[in-house]
Ligand binder design. Sequence first.
Ligand code: FES
Ligand code: FES
Length: 151
Amino acid sequence: MISLRINGESKTVDAPGDMPLLWALRDLLGLTGTKFGCGIAQCGACTVHVDGKPVRSCLLPLNAIGDRAITTIEGIGATAAGAKVQKAWLHLEVIQCGYCQSGQIMSATALLNSTPNPDDSDINAAMAGNICRCGTYVRIREAIKQAAQSV
Ligand code: FES
Ligand code: FES
């Protein structure tokens, strides 16, 4: 049994220590907002926060997490920056198919927490690992800037 702190709650999963966090979130805990894209840390769809830092959960084994705090898309709206990001996303209708967007929001929120007023190069650096096959990049950039104005 492995204990995890997820979205402010303690959870226990019956899983091998080398299971990636993404599998536990989706298949054992029912937190399906975090998506499986590539499985090899190349697309960003599976991004969650570990102690506030964006992490690809598809390659993070459960036994490497310890007591660090995990935040998923289901919990990010309870944070100040996360709420602003989600509001801007809705206001600008960023989402197309939606598959990549939980990862995009998690990376954008982490960016605003570390860099409250990001410029284009900050956004490029922070969001480079989040792929959107629908090409919503222009609206993502605009929404990050709108959220930054209100954080
Ligand atoms: S599923 Fe983890 S980075 Fe693509
Ligand atoms: S909105 Fe469809 S992959 Fe990004």
